[in-house]
Write a protein that binds this ligand. Sequence first.
Ligand code: TYM
Length: 505
Amino acid sequence: MKNLESLIEEKLKKAGVSYRLIPLPENLAIDIASHVAFHKIKMEQAMAAILYQTEKGIIAAVKRADTQIDVEKLKKLSGVKSLKFASERDLAALGVETGLVPYLGLEIPYFVDVRVLEIGQAYGTGGSKTLGMAMDPHDMVKVNHGKTGDFTYFEKSKEMLASGRRRLLSGITPSGDGTLHIGNYLGAVRQFVKLAKTHQCFLMVADMHALTTVQDRETLKKNTETLILNELALLGDLQNITFFRQSDVPMHTELTWILNNVTPLGLLKRAHAYKDKLAKDTSLDEINLGLFNYPILMASDILLYKPDLVPVGKDQKQHIEMTRDIAERFNKTFKKSVFPLPEPYIPEEVAVVLGTDGKRKMSKSLGNIISIFEDEMVIKKQVMSTYTDPMRIHPTDPGHIEGNMVFVYLDFFGEKKRVEELKKLYKEGKVADVEVKNYLFESLMKHFAPARESYKELMNDPGLVKKILRDGAEKAREVASETMMEVREAVGLTNRYSFFGYSQK
Ligand code: TYM
């Protein structure tokens, strides 16, 4: 019998597809993690072929290394009744070793999971310890005469559960124009980045929330796209972060309906956003129910993921308190502790980041922001208009640091030593406002340079952005649907005639 390697090559050549053979170092361990590290690829680009013994003979299932096989689904796709891992003897009869099953080349039926087709280059073994192989997964299916189907799922972050990681959830609404300013960054995104090192993070672009105020198709589209790019650029490494768009997970609106029924009218009437509207003499007919209901949608956003904490700025604190209230009412009404009560996480120093006017919360609608992704000239202008010490007329006048927004921002973005130096000089009347502002501008540019760069890259790679959102939605739906099944059960929507289940597709 010809050896497997040459058989595989022969098949590939005959099919006229392109592939790469990659010699492997002699001492490389056969586990997937070692191969992933050697090829410098992501787990999802590694293929694993698993052989099963069935009543119809041996079959191969090809999956992505970051997924798990759903045996029942695989049975259905392959049309078999019994599915057992192939024994070592079975493998030997095919001329392969455990851990080194090639993802093509064997004369048996191949079944390929659809997620495999989502990646550009699939890496796997060429059937020997010395040879790796990379190719377009579509070509692999062609050569195998493989049948594709959906038979894997994403393992529910077992490593996270095992490590006892706490979970956080937060969201940003694509209102305004969808761009983020340094207030959003300091008040929210910076916390996400820090906490992602120790927490399992669910971060959402709350586009359904935006509908309460943005009611123009093109504007909503544009805002949401902008926010997605802004946030992704600032987040950088997405390890431990599930980034998704709220409208991609329909359970949010479903839970909202259920929570509507345990939320008293009085609670909603106390919401700041609603009260602010009323205070502006807006007539009741001009306030839509979406805006009124907003806190319930936000409670759903949070409760679906049962997070331990919700990092937000102070303006969102009331919403978290309302969420706790609604969760308690639900648990009490249905006599089941479905929802743990989430804690807000609001670091004091960034609870409210004031705007360049030094008076009000930094907010796009107040025109007192410092942007992150705008043209340098725009940012420079914003910095130059920042409130300093109004009593100081000449650079030689001793100045005040307290309440001086340039120094407030410099405390976050400047180099500590230089900032202390400038503070001293400022108090002594030895440095001009413009000099300090220039330093703030430089510091901001330096701090956000990687994010600004990454923004451009993401802008030019819509496929990548889409993939991040698709993967994120899939993970989010997995968690959200589990909670929703519990909720349906708790409220009595399920009964002995029920058949409903949430499927990933
Ligand atoms: P949004 O989009 O208005 O703001 C996003 C986050 O940025 C914080 N923030 C600030 N923090 C400090 N100083 C500032 N000047 C400043 N400006 C904005 C906000 O507090 C917020 O944390 N309803 C939410 C979005 C949302 C959400 C959720 C949040 C929807 N679902 C679930 C947490 C959990 C909102 O509109 O935030």
